[in-house]
Design a protein around this ligand. Sequence first.
Ligand code: ZN
Length: 341
Amino acid sequence: MKILLPTSTAGSLPKPTWLAEPEKLWSPWKLEGDALLEAKQDALLISLQDQLHAGIDIVSDGEQTRQHFVTTFIEHLNGVDFEKRETVRIRNRYDASVPTVVSAVERQKPVFVEDAKFLRKHTDKPIKWALPGPMTMIDTLYDAHYKSREKLAWEFAKILNQEALELEAAGVDIIQFDEPAFNVFFDEVNDWGVAALERAIEGLKCETAVHICYGYGIKANTDWKKTLGSEWRQYEEAFPKLQKSNIDIVSLECQNSHVPMDLIELIRGKKVMVGAIDVATNAIETADEVAATLRKALQFVDADKLYPSTNCGMAPLSRQVARGKLKALSAGAAIVRQELI
Ligand SMILES: [Zn+2]
């Protein structure tokens, strides 16, 4: 990235009301068939326009074509039965009815590659594409086939790698893996989680990122955060291993969070997407608040490696609030950029 402090979002942006019910996570589609396909593309273009208008430097599809950051990907694979459901505990936090892995998982066709080509056709800006991470994928399923979290994660890593290579060929500049599970299953992260992630990026020449966060601003997550005490040190567990990994960029949440900023020191040498926008509140940050967070991060990450971003996706927010937050991110980054020249 040639420009200093290039801005981006962690992932999702709100969908238009005609596509899905607003301000709701995992809201069902309002259309079907060809009308839905066309509407998703229209929404993707609006989302792109919102990012360009706000001056975001690394743009994305705003995840307009997916209902859920994990299950939409899994729905496209063989081996998972969505009719056969079991209740499991997601990230040790809340119970959910999830689909069952009934046979070998495989990807018969690309999942997001056409969407990525569509986005590529409509912008010259660098684009970032988010995929679920292997550990977060296994955590949303009941496994009646492999009976091993590690084995299933490894199979998903191979599938993600196939998808990632095709996304790269479609012109994606940064491929990001969403691994909120890295903030929960520390032993597994170090035993095989980072290795599975590295399997997913094997052979890629484009930049790669891992997004680790404390989740959307939904109740299960905000309740969990209340139990974490005054300092959130979860990143401490995965960062040493990630620092030694082949991943180029680590995306973490910093705005209004209790994450001690000096934990970033543990990934010295990596590029860092610093979350400077809180996604769990409707209050729109001022440019100065964003700038203050970025300045704090600059103590622990070199300026040419700092990528201002959002804490997490903004899908559950209103479009008006999300637009305001995108603008605040740009304006805050501009202030600090001025100070650095
Ligand atoms: Zn997130």
